[in-house]
Design a protein around this ligand. Structure first.
Ligand SMILES: Nc1ncnc2c1ncn2[C@@H]1O[C@H](COP(=O)(O)OP(=O)(O)OP(=O)(O)O)[C@@H](O)[C@H]1O
Length: 306
């Protein structure tokens, strides 16, 4: 199956003096996916986004957005960006701010008017559109920042910690917006430390550390893949345990409690059948999915990135 890549990077590097912020980043982000970009503090996530946006030049390597070199004028209007630390023009009202952002992308006035009303409503700020941004709360600024990233109807949006400062309702709103964008065939590049949210919404995730991609995972495969399994059963003798070990990894076996590690949840029916055929009385089989947080710590380590 061929994929059309919205983002492709080829050994992208960025050095600041002796600091290597990004070290040979190579990845492809497909059109219509929500791609999570995960890594510890200082891993090079923001620097990578800045290079992709043409805000800072790579030291070496290259990248393409929509099959065009970085920084092309044409791409600028196709891309939206919500930075982590936005310096908002606080003297503007919410509406003026969206108008200004939309005008920078040179979209037609009538389209901009329509999009502004739509996004102000979607982020729950219609009522506050005529108030200056200086009067907005942290969460309201985050909401208007998101509307700003989307008001020109971009094909690709970079969201850097979009839910920081948002209440649970706001977080759900951001997730729903991302899901809608995907539905419309748009691409979302999400930089977030909130792994419980990433887990729910992303299609694929890249783990980076010290400016390098350590691993790329497909979330659906992760959800169906390896798991730890707790089994309550009676009658498991040494012979049965030896047979089990040929089918999966037996992590612990105590009295009537077994802990197994399986490479694929698909092996569970076979394990159940094997136990029953050998006279074991099975009371429960409970798979425990490996959380994205566990995987993050496993791949990136617990030492942090700094
Ligand atoms: N303008 C700069 N000048 C010098 N060093 C920089 C600059 N910007 C980033 N760095 C360094 O590059 C490395 C990567 O920083 P970056 O901000 O990309 O990390 P990050 O993954 O976004 O981190 P966080 O999760 O903390 O936001 C860090 O070591 C940082 O100190």
């Amino acid at each position: 199956m061929t994929h059309s890549y919205t983002i492709e990077t080829f050994a992208l590097c960025k050095e600041y003096g002796s600091t290597v912020a990004v070290k040979g980043l190579s990845l492809g982000v497909r059109q219509g996916e929500i791609f999570g970009f995960l890594g510890p503090n200082g891993a090079g996530k923001t620097t990578s986004i800045k290079m992709l946006l043409g805000l800072t030049a790579p030291t070496s390597g290259s990248a393409k957005l929509f099959n065009q070199p970085l920084g092309s004028d044409e791409n600028r209007a196709r891309v939206g960006f919500l930075p982590e630390h936005f310096r908002f023009p606080t003297w503007l009202t919410g509406q003026e701010f969206l108008q200004f952002s939309g005008q920078l992308c040179k979209i037609k006035r009538a389209t901009l008017e329509k999009n502004m009303a739509c996004w102000l409503d979607r982020v729950g700020l219609s009522e506050f559109q005529h108030a200056q941004l200086r009067t907005y709360s942290k969460g309201m600024l985050q909401r208007i920042g998101l509307a700003q990233a989307l008001v020109h109807d971009p094909q690709l949006v970079f969201l850097d910690e979009p839910t920081s400062g948002l209440d649970p309702v706001g977080r759900r709103m951001v997730r729903d917006i991302m899901a809608d964008l995907r539905e419309q065939g748009k691409t979302v590049f999400l930089n977030s430390h909130l792994l419980s949210e990433v887990e729910i919404i992303c299609d694929r995730v890249a783990f980076i550390k010290h400016g390098e991609v350590l691993r790329i995972e497909t979330m659906s495969e992760l959800n169906q893949g390896a798991a730890r399994v707790q089994i309550q059963a009676q009658g498991c003798n040494a012979e049965v345990l030896a047979g089990l070990s040929r089918r999966c990894q037996v992590l612990a076996a105590q009295d009537s409690h077994l802990t197994l590690s399986v490479a694929d949840l698909e092996t569970l029916p076979e394990i159940n059948r094997y136990l029953l055929e050998n006279g074991v009385r099975v009371y429960s089989i409970t798979p425990e999915k490996i959380s994205l947080e566990d995987l993050f710590l496993q791949i990136v380590g617990t030492d942090g990135g700094l």
